[in-house]
Design a protein around this ligand. Structure first.
Ligand code: HEC
Length: 181
């Protein structure tokens, strides 16, 4: 029995590289049992989505390990948003906390703000969220940034850089190359 078991494990281990080499287009989506509105209901090529099809995070190992999109979102957030929204989405004197703002905000609403910007101008203040619609460094990574901020908003990831991440999916690299061209 034991010999058969080890044989099977060996077989499975042998199959992993073959699976990873499957072209991204042909990988099928896997259904997951979603445990809440922001929890993954599906995963395809390392990208998790909730019941509504919105991008969402997958955090394991007690908060230490994140999916690739959360990791990428962390990096893009720090490159493009931190200057106004502060470290880890916590907000600043100028711009609101995105940890709070993301609560209940769906992806379409989020994307609308990022593409078109947002303004709150009164006699005493002028708060301007720039439109990023022409900025590929943001546009090509919008699901990533949303995913990271959602994880922050739910408290699934803490402050600072995530310690570990899932492998970068081949489909990610392909989409990134196509978008940045
Ligand atoms: C130049 C400063 C600045 C930068 C850079 C910036 N924002 Fe903003 N953002 C703001 C301000 C100011 C507001 C508030 C606007 C308002 O109140 O109408 C805002 C609002 C938002 C909101 C809406 C919050 C709410 O409560 O409805 C979201 C979401 C958002 N920003 C995301 C981002 C993301 C993601 C990035 C990086 C890609 C980013 N912002 C970069 C200044 C900035």
């Amino acid at each position: 029995m034991r010999g058969i078991y080890i044989g099977l494990v060996g077989l499975l281990a042998g199959a992993v590289p073959a699976l990873a080499a499957t072209p991204p287009d042909s990988a099928a989506a896997t259904d997951l049992k979603s445990l809440g509105p922001t929890q993954p209901a599906k995963v395809q090529d390392g990208q998790y989505t909730d019941k509504n099809g919105d991008p969402t995070y997958h955090v394991t190992d007690g908060g230490k390990k994140v999916d690739w999109y959360t990791m990428s979102g962390y990096l893009r957030y720090n490159a493009n948003c931190i200057v106004c929204h502060g470290p880890d989405g916590m907000g600043s004197t100028y711009a609101p906390s995105l940890v709070d703002a993301l609560k209940g905000m769906d992806y379409a609403h989020f994307a609308g703000i990022i593409v078109g910007g947002k303004k709150d101008v009164t006699a005493s203040q002028e708060l301007v969220m720039p439109a990023f619609g022409d900025n590929r460094n943001v546009m090509c990574y919008m699901p990533d940034i949303y995913t990271y901020l959602r994880a922050r908003s739910d408290g699934a990831v803490g402050r600072n850089r995530p310690e570990e991440h899932e492998a970068k999916p081949a489909a990610f690299t392909k989409a990134e190359d196509a978008c940045m061209k």
